[in-house]
Design a protein around this ligand. Structure first.
Ligand code: ADP
Length: 366
C-alpha cells in the first residue's frame, strides 16, 4: 500500500507544507504507516475509575448534554457516524470524559491522541486508516496541530478521504484513499487559536463551563462513593467550594482528604467531616475560595510589585517564572471567573474583590 512518507524532518515542519498540498513525499511501503494507535483502555493516564461512562452519569453541563444527547439519538437512528465535535474550555472540565461517553453511547471505539503526538504526517495517516466505521477519534489540544496534519484532516473530515502525494518531483501525483466514516472529537483550551478552516469543519462546537456548587457537590459525592469513603454532606460541600469549579481538581482534593483521613483514622474508613477537609486542604495550601499557591502568587505579585496592575501577561509570566500559556489557560480563567482578576487592553489588573480576598488595602488606601 502506498501511503506517505514523513520524508525526514522536512515534512514534519509545518512551514515546509507549502500551499494546499503536502510536503514532498516519496513512494513508500506500509511499514511507514505507524501501527494502530491505542484505545482508551491502553492509556493508563486516561483510564480513571472516577470518569462517568454514560451520558446520564455525566453531571452538570446541561446545555452540552442536551445538544449531544439529541445528536446521539439522531445519529443512532440514522446509523451514521456522529458529526465532528469540537469541545473547548479550561482543563479538567470533562472534555476527554465526554469523548469517551460519546463513544460508549454510540457503541463504538474511542481512539485517543493529542496534537503534539501527530507531528509527522504518517502519525495522523496511520490513525485515520486504522479507524473502524463510526469510531470516535479524540484529538486533545487540537489547536496545536501543525499545518500538514491539518491539511490531511480537511478532506478526511469533510469527505472521509485522504489526499496523498505519491512520488517526487515530476512523477509526483495525488492519490485519493477512501476512509471509513468516523467522528473527530477535538478538544482545546484555546478555541481562538484554532485555524478557521479547521474550526469550520466541526458540525458541533460546544463550550464547557465551570461547574456550579450543586453539580460539584454531586461530583464529589459520586467520587466518594466510588472511592469507598464515608463523606459527610458538609464535607462534600467544602471540597466543592474549593475545587475551582473543576471536577478534576475536586477529585484530586478528595484524594488528598482521603490521605489525611487514612492517617488520622488509622484504617481510612472513618467518617470524613468538614473539619477534616479544612485540615487537609490547609495542608495543601488551598484556601477557602479554592485559590492555590499559584493563584495567590499571581495576585500577590500584581499587588506588591505593580500596585495591582495593569501588567502585561509576559511580564507577569517572567515575574512568576511560569510559562505565559500556562498562566493564560490554567491559572487565569478561574481568577477571572471569581472576579479577582480583570483583563484590560493595557494588561491584567486585580479587582477590588481580589484585593479584599488577599487582605490588601483598597486602591484608595485602607
Ligand atoms: P479535560 O479533558 O477537559 O481536561 P477530563 O475529561 O479529563 O477533563 O476530566 C477530568 C476528570 O474529572 C475526569 O477524570 C473525571 O473523573 C472528572 N469529570 C469530568 N467531568 C465530569 C462530570 N461531568 N461528572 C463527573 N466527573 C467528571
Amino acid at each position: 500500500m502506498a501511503i506517505i512518507s514523513s520524508g525526514g524532518k522536512a515534512s514534519a515542519d509545518p512551514s515546509s507544507a507549502g500551499g494546499a498540498g503536502l510536503s514532498p513525499v516519496a513512494p513508500v511501503s506500509a511499514r511507514l504507516v505507524d501501527p494502530a494507535p491505542l484505545d482508551a483502555a491502553d492509556h493508563p493516564e486516561r483510564v480513571d475509575g472516577l470518569r462517568p461512562r454514560r451520558l446520564d452519569d455525566y453531571i452538570g453541563q446541561k446545555d452540552l448534554k442536551q445538544v449531544l444527547g439529541i445528536a446521539i439519538e439522531a445519529t443512532r437512528s440514522r446509523n451514521e457516524a456522529l458529526d465532528h465535535v469540537l469541545l473547548y474550555g479550561p482543563p479538567g472540565l470533562g472534555k476527554t470524559t465526554m469523548a469517551l461517553v460519546l463513544a460508549e453511547e454510540l457503541g463504538v471505539r474511542c481512539r485517543i491522541t493529542s496534537a503534539p503526538a501527530l507531528e509527522r504526517p504518517r502519525d495522523i495517516v496511520g490513525l485515520l486508516v486504522n479507524l473502524q466505521p463510526r469510531d470516535v477519534l479524540f484529538i486533545d489540544e487540537i489547536h496545536r496541530l501543525n499545518r500538514v496534519a491539518e491539511e490531511i484532516l480537511y478532506p478526511a473530515m469533510e469527505d472521509f478521504r485522504l489526499d496523498l502525494t505519491v512520488g517526487q518531483g515530476t512523477t509526483a501525483r495525488t492519490r485519493s484513499v477512501p476512509l471509513v466514516p468516523f467522528t473527530l472529537v477535538g478538544a482545546t483550551t484555546k478555541a481562538g487559536s484554532l485555524s478557521s478552516p479547521l474550526r469550520d469543519r466541526f458540525g458541533l462546537i460546544q463550550r464547557l463551563e465551570f461547574y456550579d456548587l450543586v453539580d460539584l457537590q454531586a461530583i464529589v459525592e459520586r467520587a466518594a462513593v466510588l472511592l469507598g469513603l464515608d463523606l459527610r454532606r458538609e464535607a462534600a460541600l467544602e471540597v466543592a467550594r474549593r475545587c475551582r469549579g473543576t471536577p478534576r481538581i475536586a477529585n484530586r482534593l478528595l484524594r488528598r482528604v482521603r490521605d489525611v483521613a487514612w492517617v488520622r483514622g488509622g484504617d481510612g474508613h472513618g467518617c470524613i467531616d468538614g473539619a477534616l477537609v479544612e485540615e487537609a486542604l490547609q495542608l495543601h495550601r488551598v484556601d477557602g475560595r479554592g485559590l492555590d499557591a499559584s493563584d495567590r502568587r499571581l495576585l500577590h505579585l500584581l499587588l506588591e510589585q505593580y500596585g495591582g496592575g495593569p501588567v502585561g501577561l509576559e511580564t507577569l509570566a517572567a515575574g512568576l517564572g511560569e510559562d505565559a500559556a500556562t498562566l493564560e489557560t490554567v491559572v487565569e480563567p478561574f481568577l477571572l471567573q471569581m472576579g479577582f482578576l480583570q483583563r484590560t487592553p493595557r494588561g491584567r489588573m486585580v479587582t477590588e474583590a481580589g484585593r479584599a480576598h488577599m487582605g490588601w488595602p483598597g486602591e484608595s488606601g485602607p
